[in-house]
Design a protein around this ligand. Structure first.
Ligand code: NI
Length: 248
């Protein structure tokens, strides 16, 4: 059930039975030569939508503007500060709490959202907050490494692009055919959670926008597999979360 496609009477009825909501969180940033700018938002939103059908849950509109300062020079990227993103997420939670929502499940699709979303856990009293990135579930992770190994990389990953190819749009470009620079385990560790350098430096180092990810390995078939694994994991995890956070 999508909040934006519901009436207030329907939400009122939902609240008589439930007090949980899934909030997808993505980004609006370049994803290399064949990745859509909305990749993170599309992944988080489409997985949330399908998982919510299974779990009889409600999905709020996606938080699609988020921090991606390292990609700010690539045309189309819209980056906002981490403090604004954290504040927006906090205000969305507060606005829904006024009406009786108490359980907030953030399904995340963008590394730089993790820290600001996690900060809500301690900042908001009288509510339960869970932050989960779609790629982190063991069954999804296993598919990612089985299909793409080291070429999954960090950004414009074949996994996320596979999902958008399955759900949304397929783009071809000769610019993505060559493998990107392979990143060292040390680089991966140091830059986890999108801890990248300033925009100029980032664009100079990764001129086509891929960060260690061989995007061209993506396919719609892999996307379907990853999507279905993520949907199953999210619906199960959401139900466990709302149950563990107390009966509504
Ligand atoms: Ni992404």
């Amino acid at each position: 059930m999508m909040l934006s496609c519901s009436t207030w009477y329907e939400i009122s009825e939902y609240l008589e039975q439930f007090d949980g909501v899934i909030i997808p969180a993505g980004s609006t940033e370049q994803h290399g030569p064949i990745g859509l700018i909305g990749t993170d938002a599309i992944c988080a939103e489409t997985i949330s939508e399908r998982a919510a059908e299974r779990a009889h849950a409600l999905v709020a509109p996606c938080l699609a503007f988020s921090p991606a300062p390292f990609n700010a020079l690539f045309p189309g990227t819209i980056s906002v500060t981490e403090s604004l993103f954290a504040r927006l997420a906090r205000e969305v939670v507060s606005a829904l709490m006024v009406q009786g929502f108490r359980k907030f499940y953030f399904l995340n699709g963008h590394g730089a959202n993790i820290a600001p979303l996690n900060s809500l856990k301690t900042e908001i009293a009288d509510a339960s907050v869970r932050v989960q990135s779609w790629w982190d579930f063991p069954q999804v992770s296993e598919l990612r490494s089985r299909h793409f190994g080291d070429w999954e990389g960090m950004h414009a990953t074949p996994s996320e692009i596979s999902i958008t190819q399955f759900t949304t749009r397929f783009v071809e470009s000769p610019l993505a055919l060559e493998p990107p620079e392979k990143l060292s385990p040390e680089f991966l560790r140091k830059h986890a959670g999108d801890r990248h350098g300033p925009a100029e430096e980032h664009m100079r180092r990764f001129p086509d926008g891929r960060v260690g990810s061989h995007s061209a390995l993506a396919s719609s078939e892999r996307g379907k597999e990853l999507f279905e694994a993520a949907v199953a994991a999210v619906s199960e995890d959401y139900l466990t979360f709302v149950k563990a956070s107390g009966e509504s």
